[in-house]
Each structure stands twice: as C-alpha cells, then as structure tokens.
Design a protein. Structure first.
Lengths: 351, 270, 275
C-alpha cells in the first residue's frame, strides 16, 4: 500500500478515528456529509493539521506522522486541489503552476516550460499569461489540478474539487479529471459529498459519518447496498432495516410492518427499495403484488420527467412516478395512497 | 428602486454626517489657506532653515517608515499568525505609543536610549555613542510613534487575507519563509502599502517625541513640525507658510504614490 | 537653606537666600494690607480668568488661592502656557481678564492689538546655568571669588540645552551666549524652559540655561551657577489688566495683589527678583 493512514483527531466536537489505505494508482473516495471530518482527514494527510498522538500516516516506507515524527506539509511529496481553486491571485496562471517546481529548486526557465506543458495537458494552452481572476471556474480548477500534479507527487489529495463548479462545467471537468487520475501513478484521495463524483472517479469508496468509517467498498457495492440512511439517500434508495423471519422470504422491519422478498433472509438485514420500483395507487390494487402498504404523501420534488414522492407510513419509502401519472392521480401533499413493490425488486443483504 | 437625491446613491443618513466629516477635516486647512500671506511667500519660503527642515523631515520620515517596515511587518505577522502565548498582551503593548502622549514617549526613549538610559549608558560608555540630539534620534522618535500605525494596518490585512493560500503554498513545497515571501507578502501588499503611508504621514507630522528625544537643532534635528511650532512663537504667518509647505509636499507625495504604487498593488480578487 | 545652590555668585541672586524664613511674617502683614486695599471696592465676585506664563504656575496658583480666600464668592481660573501662545490666544479673542507675560515682547503683542494698556513689570528672572544633580562633568566655580563669566564655568566640552530663540527664555539665552562669545555652543534649542530643565534633570545634557525661578522649582534635581553675563538679559515680567476683561474690578484687584508687598514676597519666595 502506498498511502496508509490511521488518523485519530479530537478537535472541538469532532472526534475522528479513521483508517484508510490507498494503493499506487488507486483512487479512494471519502464520501460523507458536511462536518463528518473528511476535510480534517485530508488536512492531516497533507500535514497541514498535526494529528493526535495515536495517528500514523505513511507513504510507502516513509512515515509522515507517527511516534514523534511529523513531516511538515512542504516536505511531503504531495499535490492538493482545493474546492475553490485557490490559485494565487498575484501570480499569472503559468507562475501558479510553476510555483511547486520553483520551491523545489527547479530553475526559472525549466519550471516555466514544464508548467506550460502541463497547462497544455489540461487544455489551457495560451492562457498561461492570464491572472486567475481572468479564468472561468472550470479553467481555474484545471489550472489548480495542473499546479498540484506538476511536481510529480506520490500522493494527490482532492478536497471537493468539483463542488464549486456549475452543473454543466462539473460534467466536463469531471470527465477530464477522470482521465488525469487514470494516468496518475500515485495514490489519490478524493474527498466529496457528491456520490456521483465518488462513483465516477473512485476505485474504492469509504463512507465517513461522525468521524467513523461506516461503509467501505467499491462504488458499485456502496451504490447497490448502502448501509446507512445517509448513503441510501445519496444513492436514492429507501433503506429499511429489519430482521429476516424464520420462515424466510420475508423481513420484519424495525419500524414495524413486513416486506416480502425474493430470496431467503435471516438475522439482521437491510431491505433496499429503488424509487422507480415503487408504484402508487389511489385505491388498494387487487392482484399479484405481495407488498402493498397504505401511505401518505409528505413531499414531492420534480426530477426531470419524473416526480420523486416521499411517503410516510408503516414502511417509509421514496417513489418515482412519471409527471403524467402524478398529474393523473391528482396527488397533493397529504394525499393517502397505496404503494406496491414486487418482492423481486427488493434487495436484501446482511446488516 | 429610487436613488438618493443627486444620483449619488448615498443615503441621506450617511451623506449628512459624511459631508460634516469632510467639512470638519478640510475647513481648518481652508482657514490656513485664507491666512496664508501669498504676497511675501517667497521670502518666507527661502528663509534660512526652511529647506533644511523640509529635507530633514522627508529623510527622517522615510527612514522611519523603512525601519517600521523592517520591524513592523514581521511583528504584525507574529500578532496575526503565530500562536505564541501572551499575544493579546503583546498587541496591547504595540498600541502603547498610540496612547502615550508623544512628549512622554520622548522621555521614555531617553530612559532607554539616552546617555543615562538603560541601553544608552552602555552605548555611551563602551563606544562613546550618544543618540539624543542627533538625526538618528529623530528617526528613532518618529519610528516609535509611527510604527504602531503600520503594525495595526498590516495585522488587519493579514487577518483579512485567506490563510488557505498559505496552506496551498505548503502543499506545493514552500517552507514558512518562502510562503511568507512569495505568497503572504504579495497578498497583503495593499495593506502594507496603506500602513506604510499612514506611518510615513504620522512620522512626517511627529512633534512631541522628536523635540523631546532629539531636541531641536537646525540642520540635524529640526524637522518641519518643530520649525512650525517655533515659528508660531513669534511669527504666525511664517508658521502658516511652513505648514502649507509641509502639507503640499506630503499631499503631492501621497498622490504620486497612489498612482504609481498603491494603484498597482491592489490585487483583483476573484 | 535646603537647596543645593552651588554658587550664588551674582549679587542679585542673594535674594534667593533668606527667603524661606521670613515668608510667614511678611504674609501676615501683606494680607492685612491687601484686605485694607480692597475694602473700598466691594464688587470682587464672579469669575476671574488669568492668562499667565508657564513659569508662574506655582507662584500664581498660590497667589490665586490667597486671593480667593480674601474674596469669598470669587472664582479664579488660570491658563498657564507659553507667553507667546497666550498672546496669540488673547489677540484671537480669548476671554481673559489678566495677562502676565514672561517677556515684554509678548505683552507688546497684546498692547499693539489694543488689548493691554500700561503693563507693569512685577518680577525679573535672570538666567542661571544648571547642571545635573550629580554634576557628571565636575563643573565648578573658578577660584578667586566674584561673579564668574560663563566661559570660566564652561571650560569643558559640555553638551548644552537652551531655549529656542523664538521663545522668551531663548531670546535671553541668545543674548547671554552672545555676550560670552558662545553663540555656537548649544546642542539643542528647546521649545520651552521646562524642556531644558527636563533634559538636565535626566542627565541627557551636561548643562542648560534656565530661569532662576525654575532652579527653585527643580529643587535638588539640579545644581545651579550664577554668571556675570546673565545681567545682559534679565527677563522682565509685565502684567496688565486686559481692556476686554469680563471682570475688570477683580482683574485690577489681582494685579494690585501681585504688585503689593505681599505678592512681591511670594514671588521672591519662588526665586523671582524684584524689578
């Protein structure tokens, strides 16, 4: 493992205790809500925040933090990209990118030409003479990426690199970032609260809530089988914790009620329901579905061609219905509805 | 939205006191202008000692500003960025010269740097060096009184500056000194420039500490404010002329600097 | 005599000597006379504003207290500052009743403006050479008695502070230095006599020229020498009721007090000389 860290940190109300490992060439996404401690973790990895005594951060065979060792940020072979680019306003774009080379003793002319090469790689050819204030948000973030990568760091730290960008720019910059990360030989840690970033860019994801890792796995695993409400909401699933009944093929929910499932389930399990597999009716439907629950519509948000409906009841669910169906049903907040889900559409996995 | 009268966009509750403020600051100068004896301006300006006093004033105020920059900017950094204990006490101490009557400041300088002072006695006995009544003493007195203005401006600028730029520099391999030189200093340069201007202006007008610690000797320690004060003792009109010269020279200098230096130092922030 | 007056060579300065002992008795007599003098004019009430030279601070405060004791219902307020600043204030219309100046030039300014008429000289104040109490240069009187000249006392390379020529004490200093052929001797020209004294007391200069009244006020902190050239420039203190005085009766009574035997004695106690 190229970057390995066990970070213990107590800062105000934040109590962080997280362990991560990132191989060479691997991208690890740290996903979590605001205040979960993601940024503090990244600052410790960067050496900007001294961790508490128990922490160990090692890069390859080099110990950055641990047992009385603390390598200062500027002596760590890393690059970092911040949320709002933080390009030095008093330097030109080229000078910004060349900065890391100059501090490491590279001559002026060589640093300039290397910086210009990197600007070309991130698609900013010819913009090197500008001031950061003259760049668009996407251009500035590309320059910031070039600045972080120019010194051939062993570790790349990305702190919400896309969240300051507007939706359209985010899409293109994300695609480019993906390409650059694929070419990057070192270890990358990406901190984000956007599951799309994590899914698109990361090889592995750790979910941090309240300073603890609550889930780790590949993006697909986390996407399919969320283990906390937070992750479930992020990936758009209704997460129903319960217990597999002795008879099997049924889960008794912790919140009351029961969900029929297609596979054997026993012990504590999660049942996860995708919004598009929930159907709504004004009257109790007759026929095949085994899962039929009365519910009340508490909220509705348009989502493209569909409307995302939040339901409360014995089984709290989120349902996506087409805008047309929503209108035909004449739904308003407070409307009583019936929700159905096919047993085969319910994912069930151990807690 | 209707705009305020005259299209200035200034709300009346602000406009009235602001106008009063301007009048309050400018009218005394107008009073001086009215009383200026324009007809015999020439003889009064070329009176012996005026040129010397003006030259000495500009020289000593500039040296005091340089000295203040040399010590004050690092001091401001310590106040704004370091985590040393007793920082708030340190900050209070820095402002002492602002509160201290300058004449008392001059006496205090005697007690340290005078011939009988804590350090001055040693300098005198070991090296036969005396500071009081020299141009050096003028610079020291002006620095003592003016440096807090610089320190406070620069500290404010440092606090307002985004410290994350310093984090960025660290991740780019810059040590604290390099970061200070290449990032912090340029970022707060408008604040430093503003502080230096304040400092220079205060030093130029310094009277109490200077006349106490440096004395008053034409050519070596008699700065313009001292010359003005003494002229006031016997010839009010001569004093007014000298004041106008000081005023004109300092205004001209500041306007020139604003165009050449302050204007450029203003960093556009995205 | 409890003061350290190293040399009272100048005959005029002998007045300084026996001053302390006799003050109590003379005070009694004078109080009687001033009470008698004011019995005729019964309108001495209200507020009296006196503009007086800074060197008169102590002695006029004392006279003012006495004056208020003599005239219940009268409030005396003083404005002590440099004589030229006072003259400027008066010509600019400051509401003063009495002006007591440390030199006749400044009084003349008020007179030229028609604000002061027939000023009376009420005290004289010659210069003395003062050195720090520990006398670091070992300055002393030459042998042979008599009144030495400044050049005889200052046979050292001493740093010297005097008043700037623009203020009364500096004008006097310039005269005596000129007479002694020492015009270029001073190292600094201070804004007032107090500043000269401060620098001598602090030991930052070796010598200074100040008024004999200041020597009195400084007590043990300095050692003073009289010198013959001081007769070249004895400062004369004029006092006048101002023509625009808001309280002319009180003003005249106060001037009378200053000129009375009692007032003169108080001034002598403070080191001033009788004119």
């Amino acid at each position: 493992m190229s970057l390995a860290a066990q970070v213990v940190l107590q800062r105000g109300s934040l109590s962080l205790d997280v362990e991560i490992e990132v191989a060479d060439g691997e991208v690890l996404a740290v996903l979590g809500p605001n205040g979960a401690g993601k940024s503090s973790l990244l600052r410790v990895l960067a050496g900007l925040l001294p961790p508490d005594g128990a922490s160990v951060v090692r890069e390859g065979a080099t110990i950055w933090d641990g047992d009385g060792t603390h390598v200062a940020a500027h002596r760590r072979a890393l690059g970092m990209v911040f949320q709002d680019h933080l390009l030095f306003p008093h330097l030109s774009v080229t000078e910004n990118v060349a900065f890391g080379l100059r501090t490491r003793g590279v001559g002026k002319a060589e640093a300039r030409s290397t910086a210009q090469g990197w600007l070309a790689r991130v698609g900013l050819e010819g913009l090197g003479g500008r001031r950061p204030a003259q760049l668009s948000g996407g251009q500035a973030q590309r320059a910031a990426l070039a600045r972080a990568l120019v010194g051939d760091p062993r570790v790349l730290l990305l702190d919400e690199p896309l969240s300051a960008l507007d939706a359209r720019t985010r899409l293109t910059v994300r695609a480019e970032l993906r390409r650059h990360l694929a070419e990057f030989a070192g270890s990358t840690v990406l901190v984000t609260h956007d599951p799309v970033d994590a899914m698109a860019l990361a090889d592995r994801v750790v979910v941090v809530e309240d300073g603890r890792v609550v889930q780790a796995g590949t993006p697909a695993e986390v996407n399919r089988r969320p283990r906390t409400d937070y992750v479930a909401r992020l990936v758009g699933l209704s997460l129903l914790p319960g217990t597999g009944t002795a008879a099997g093929r049924s889960v008794r929910l912790d919140s009351g009620g029961e969900v029929a499932v297609a596979e054997e389930a026993s012990g504590p399990v999660f049942a996860a329901v995708r919004p598009e597999s929930v159907a709504l009716y004004l009257a109790r439907p007759e026929g095949s579905p085994r899962n039929v629950w009365p519910a009340t519509l508490v909220g509705a948000t348009p989502h493209g061609a569909t409307v995302r409906c939040e339901l409360s009841g014995e089984v709290p669910l989120v349902a996506d219905v087409t805008a047309t169906a929503f209108a035909e049903l004449g739904l308003v907040p407070g409307s009583p509805v019936w929700a159905t889900v096919k047993a085969s559409e319910v994912a069930v996995y151990a807690r | 939205m209707t705009r305020a009268r005259g299209g200035t966009g200034i709300p009346a509750p602000l406009l009235v006191p602001a106008a009063a403020g301007i009048a309050f600051l400018v009218l005394p100068v107008v009073g001086l202008l009215v009383r200026t004896p324009w007809s015999d301006l020439g003889p009064k300006l070329t009176a012996p000692g005026v040129g010397d006093a003006l030259r000495l004033s500009l020289l000593s105020a500039t040296l005091a500003t340089l000295l203040s920059l040399l010590m004050g900017v690092p001091l401001a950094w310590v106040l704004a960025r370091s985590r040393i204990r007793g920082r708030s006490i340190l900050r209070a101490l820095v402002t002492v010269p602002l509160v201290l009557p300058p004449v008392v400041g001059g006496v205090a300088l005697f007690l340290v740097l005078g011939r009988q002072g804590l350090i001055g006695r040693w300098l005198f006995e070991q090296f036969d060096v005396t500071i009081p009544f020299t141009t050096t003493a003028v610079v020291i007195a002006e620095t003592f009184v003016a440096m807090p203005f610089l320190v406070i401006s620069v500290e404010g600028a440092l606090r307002a500056a985004d410290a994350r730029f310093e984090d960025v520099a660290a991740t780019l391999g810059a040590g604290r000194w390099t970061t200070f030189r290449r990032v912090t200093l340029p970022l707060v340069s408008p604040g430093i420039a503003a502080g230096a201007v304040l400092c220079w202006a205060r030093a130029l007008g310094e009277f109490g500490a200077t006349i106490t610690f440096a004395g008053n000797f034409p050519g070596t320690t008699q700065t313009m404010p001292l010359a003005v004060y003494l002229a006031l003792q016997e010839d009010t009109e001569a004093a007014i002329v000298l004041s106008m010269v000081l005023l004109a020279v300092s205004l001209a200098t500041l306007l020139l600097l604003r165009d050449r230096w302050l204007g450029r130092a203003t960093v556009p922030v995205a | 005599m409890n003061r350290r007056m190293a040399a009272l060579g100048a005959a005029a300065l002998l007045a300084l000597a026996g001053c302390t002992g006799s003050s109590a008795s003379s005070r009694d007599e004078a109080t009687g006379s001033s009470a008698a003098g004011t019995s005729g004019s019964e309108q001495i009430t209200g507020t009296l504003t006196v503009f007086a030279a800074a060197s008169l601070t102590d002695v006029f405060t004392e006279l003012g207290d006495q004056f208020m004791d003599d005239h219940p219902g009268l409030e005396v307020r003083f404005n002590f500052a440099g004589s030229s600043a006072l003259a400027t204030q008066i010509t600019q219309g400051a509401p003063a009743d009495v002006f007591a100046s440390a030199d006749e030039v400044q009084m003349a300014k008020a007179g030229d403006a028609g604000l002061a008429v027939d000023p009376a000289v009420f005290a004289e104040n010659p210069l003395m050479l003062v050195v720090p109490a520990d006398n670091p240069l070992g300055i002393q009187l030459p042998g042979g008695g008599g009144v030495p000249s400044l050049t005889e006392i200052l046979d050292h390379d001493a740093t010297m502070a005097v008043c700037a020529p623009q203020v009364p004490c500096g004008a006097a200093a310039a005269k005596v230095l000129d007479a002694a052929g020492l015009s270029a001797y001073p190292d600094t020209y201070e804004e007032d006599v107090r500043a000269v004294l401060t620098k001598v007391e602090l030991g930052e200069v070796d010598a200074g020229l100040v008024y004999v009244s200041d020597v009195h006020a400084a007590g043990d902190k300095v050692v003073a020498f009289g010198f013959s050239e001081s007769f070249q420039a004895i400062n004369r203190y004029p006092i006048s009721v101002l023509t625009a005085a808001p309280n002319p009766a009180a003003a005249q009574a106060f001037v009378d007090l200053v000129l009375s035997d009692d007032g003169q004695q108080t001034l002598r106690d403070a080191g001033f000389l009788e004119p």
